[in-house]
Design a protein around this ligand. Structure first.
Ligand code: IFM
Length: 449
């Protein structure tokens, strides 16, 4: 297998607004559901918040210098809706617009392509107070927001993602309450899922109208779902989980409507879908962004173990700090499945990475060989997918910086750059140098001994 990437393949790194920006209530920014949630005692494992996070709003220029040192071709970031429209709609916030203006101009000056995501989970609290994603009106407000952003930045930002991981935002935010806004209802999760997709579909033409030569897509968290045994029960359980995790989003985007073999009550979704919705949701896209971390191995838990066939598939022992199995082949399986079963024009790996409990050594350096090994193996699987004919255009490491990992707080470090949160000092890890070498060689280098 050749280890060189094709010409034009983009190497990037990704972040999101709430996870790095801080300045949660500065310069006219409105409150988001994540501000409210993280300020609610008991919601975040270590009691931290994203109030300051990486303090990126004040240190963006230094962060772009780090990106340039790394040699990034592209940087994926998200825009904070309440920083631009503090109440979700209506009045815009000029200071917020100026922040992203400067960010984009400086990225371009340094030769780094901006890849912007409109929504990475930080809904304006004012909209949540009116029902949030359970209401169709939130999809309308999203279109207003998309128009503001596209008008302001669309002359310079050419690569756009409407949403990041609508599965997580809808099912963890409204279904099991682990994420903001912390609601726990299947009905609300399904309403949120449909309205996310509607917001996506309706904003695609808005982006196209304002962005000349734009590339528009969406970033989905996708994962292969394997049955733990060949029993029919386990196969069906795996298919149902695949239905909710993967096909609830992929199928409507591919104009196939919602899947029917799912563990939730499909009639709830059907009652929400209005004439024309599915057509709007299936607006043609330029790419699908794949956020890949791990696979799932599924057992039908409704029968006692002894009544089921013996397991033939087990999770491997190697796990990241998130307790996610390290399964690099899953990235190939996923990309190959997308190529075989769907016909989206192209793909990016818009997130891939791993959390480990990194520490600064006595010499002041941060050595993270496990992350290097994780990234190397996933890049090898990306090459394998390219060789199988997947139109894969780029790969983004999650994440550029250690940051606020949602309900886990600041204790899960995914960055190529270590952030000492009390001082906000940035220290590049060994993986930073390794990834820099990958970018420079356009090929996978050997791991340091
Ligand atoms: O940190 C998150 C990111 O916001 C969305 N995708 C998964 C990452 C790791 O959990």
């Amino acid at each position: 297998m050749t280890l060189r990437f094709p010409k034009g393949f983009l190497f990037g790194a990704a972040t999101s607004a709430y996870q790095i920006e801080g300045a949660w209530n500065e310069d006219g920014k409105g409150e988001s559901i994540w501000d409210r949630f993280a300020h609610t005692p008991g919601t975040i494992e270590d009691g931290t918040t994203g109030d300051v996070a990486c303090d990126h709003v004040h240190r963006w220029s230094e962060d772009i210098d780090w990106m340039a040192r790394l040699g990034l071709d592209a940087y994926r970031f998200s825009i904070s809706w309440p920083r631009l429209l503090p109440a979700g709609s209506g009045q815009t916030n000029p200071a917020g617009i100026a922040f992203y203006d400067r960010l984009v101009d400086t990225l371009l000056e340094k030769g780094i392509l901006p890849f912007a995501t409109l929504y990475h989970w930080d809904l304006p609290q004012a909209l949540e107070d009116r029902g949030g994603w359970t209401e169709r009106s939130t999809a309308e407000a999203f279109c207003e927001y998309a128009r503001v952003v596209a008008r302001e930045l669309g002359d310079r930002v050419k690569h756009w993602m409407t949403l990041n991981e609508p599965f997580v935002s809808a099912f963890l935010g409204y279904g099991d309450g682990r994420h903001a806004p912390g609601r726990r209802s299947e009905r609300e999760a399904l309403a949120a899922a449909h309205h996310h997709l509607l917001a996506h579909g309706r904003s695609v033409p808005i982006l196209r109208e304002h962005v000349h030569d734009g590339h528009v897509g969406i970033a989905l968290n996708l994962c292969p779902v394997h049955a733990a045994s060949p029993s029919d029960r386990d196969q069906r359980a795996a298919s149902r989980l695949d239905g909710v995790l993967n096909r609830t989003f992929l199928d409507p985007l591919a104009d196939r409507g919602y899947p029917s073999d799912v563990p939730y009550d499909r009639s709830v979704l059907d009652s929400l879908v209005r004439e024309g919705d599915l057509r709007e949701i299936a607006a043609p896209l330029d790419f699908i962004g794949v956020n890949y971390y791990t696979r799932r191995v599924v057992r039908d838990e409704t029968v006692p173990e002894r009544e089921n066939a013996p397991r033939t598939v087990r999770l491997r022992r190697e796990k990241t700090q998130m307790q996610w199995e390290v399964y690099p082949e899953g990235l190939y399986e996923l990309l190959d499945r997308l190529r075989r079963e769907y016909d989206f024009p192209s793909y990016y790996v818009t997130e891939n990475g791993a959390a480990y409990p990194d520490q600064i050594g006595p010499d002041g350096r941060v050595r993270d060989p496990k992350r290097i090994s994780y990234l190397r193996r996933h890049l090898e699987q990306s090459l394998r997918a390219l060789e199988a004919g997947v139109p894969l255009r780029g790969y983004f490491v999650w994440s550029l910086l250690d940051n606020f990992e949602w309900s886990h707080g600041l204790g899960r470090r995914f960055g190529l750059i270590y952030v000492d949160f009390p001082t906000a000092k940035r220290i590049p890890k060994a993986s930073f140098d390794w990834y820099g070498a990958t970018i420079a060689q356009h090929a996978i280098p050997q791991e340091p001994a």
